[in-house]
Design a protein around this ligand. Structure first.
Ligand SMILES: [Zn+2]
Ligand SMILES: [Zn+2]
Length: 406
């Protein structure tokens, strides 16, 4: 409250003038360049990376399977194990000494080269060679001796990923979360980042972590064993609580510095968009839809948009955040507006549409002429229920009843 100084906003000026005069103001420090859309992307990136890794591993295992049946190659791998392994004491109850593979030591995994650029886990290679079996990547080789760099095939047992994870937890050598040697965060630090509202900058200053790590912790992608958070792909965006009214002026400046005037419209210039193509604003560490934010700040006394209500565009530009073009209304009104403006994602505009407008007319005519839906369906790449919906006008209702012959 105390640091709130009223703006010297000239009453005569319109909002657009005000935007012009405040363009490029000094509020850049509030732009944290983190928003929901990039978090979604990050999550998808991680999924893609995991899938790519799994594919690559499958390839490498297949390559290795070929080499292990070639006696010369097989001997060379065996020699490497014999020459490079040192003897070790098992921690679990197993027969014989451990064979410790010491290459790559200091990492949390121990690998052996396959082909010119690939690596697979050394103990898996050992298991395949000795037992003459193919071990696809989804089958794990479990260490019964509890020594992760042991390649003694007699100390290995196959199981699924869950068995392996259970083994690790039981033996206390799970490398998840803060136990990972690459982790320089304590559990307290992870929880602090997860639970408390700090900007990525503040997290970095406090713990030396990157912006990405902060996001991953908060999304449950990393350190989920510590936070208990589960990554949720279908996380719904909820508009944050009411803004503090003393932030109103700085929030107005924030909007002003991020729009470009195009005629009457204030076009949102930041590149982050949500899935519907709407601009995203980030203010004091929280994410908003840009037009919602603008409407809140300029027209709604900083209060949040009431539940079950939406901010409607009076103009046809979805990236326009001019509060004069925005109003608060129900989803039904919004849908009606979209129909009116032709911005609704219906019919052939829908990315999943399999039919053309002309198909709809033909389908309805054929049904009217007495053909069964099953007969009609044979000619179109859609389900039977879709034909029923089209004929009953539950879908494609915007296509007029009849076209007059030209
Ligand atoms: Zn062993
Ligand atoms: Zn507009």
């Amino acid at each position: 409250m105390s640091d709130y100084a009223p703006m010297d906003l000239d009453e005569e000026k319109t909002l657009v003038d005000w935007v012009e005069s405040n363009y490029d103001s000094e509020v850049d420090s509030y732009d944290l360049r983190v928003d929901y859309s990039s978090e979604d992307e990050l999550y998808e990136d991680n999924t893609r990376a995991r899938e790519a890794h799994a594919l690559r591993q499958a390839e490498l295992h297949a390559t290795f399977a070929k080499c292990k049946f070639d006696p010369k190659q097989r001997q060379s791998v065996l020699d490497r194990f014999n020459k490079k392994c040192t003897e070790g004491e098992p921690e679990g109850v197993v027969e014989g000494k451990c064979m410790l593979w010491n290459e790559d030591k200091g990492r949390d995994y121990y690998q052996i080269g396959v082909g010119p650029h690939g690596m697979i886990m050394a103990h898996r290679a050992s298991y395949m060679i000795f037992w003459d079996v193919h071990l696809p990547p989804e089958i794990q080789a479990r260490h019964m001796c509890n020594v992760p760099n042991c390649v003694n095939p007699a100390h290995l047992m196959i199981g699924d990923a869950q068995d392996n994870a259970d083994d690790k937890v039981r033996s206390g050598r799970s490398l998840a979360g803060t136990r990972n040697p690459a982790s320089n965060l304590t559990e307290e630090a992870v929880m602090d980042i997860f639970e408390n509202e700090m900007t990525p900058k503040q997290c970095k200053a406090k713990y030396g972590v990157s912006r990405d790590t902060v996001r991953e912790i908060r999304l449950g992608i990393s350190y989920s064993s510590v936070t208990g958070a589960k990554p949720n792909k279908k996380r719904k965006r909820t508009e944050p609580e009411d803004l503090n009214p003393c932030d109103e002026e700085i929030a107005k400046k924030y909007v002003a510095s991020r729009v470009k005037k195009e005629g009457e419209h204030w076009i949102w210039t930041k590149k982050f968009r949500d899935k519907g193509g709407y601009g995203l604003a980030r203010f004091k560490g929280k994410g908003y839809l840009a037009h919602n934010f603008s409407c809140r700040v300029f027209s709604n006394g900083c209060k949040r948009i009431p539940e079950k209500m939406q901010v409607l565009h009076g103009c046809t530009r979805k990236d326009c955040v001019n509060p004069d073009h925005l109003s608060i209304g129900s989803p039904a009104q919004n849908a009606a507006d979209r129909q009116r403006d032709g911005t609704a994602v219906i019919g052939t505009k829908h990315p999943n549409a399999k039919l053309e407008n002309a198909d709809i007319l033909v389908i309805r005519r054929r049904a009217a002429a007495g053909e069964t839906h099953a007969e009609i369906k044979k000619d179109y790449p859609v389900k039977l229920t879709a034909i029923g919906d089209i004929v009953a006008r539950r879908t494609w209702a915007h296509i007029p009843e009849e076209v007059k012959p030209q």
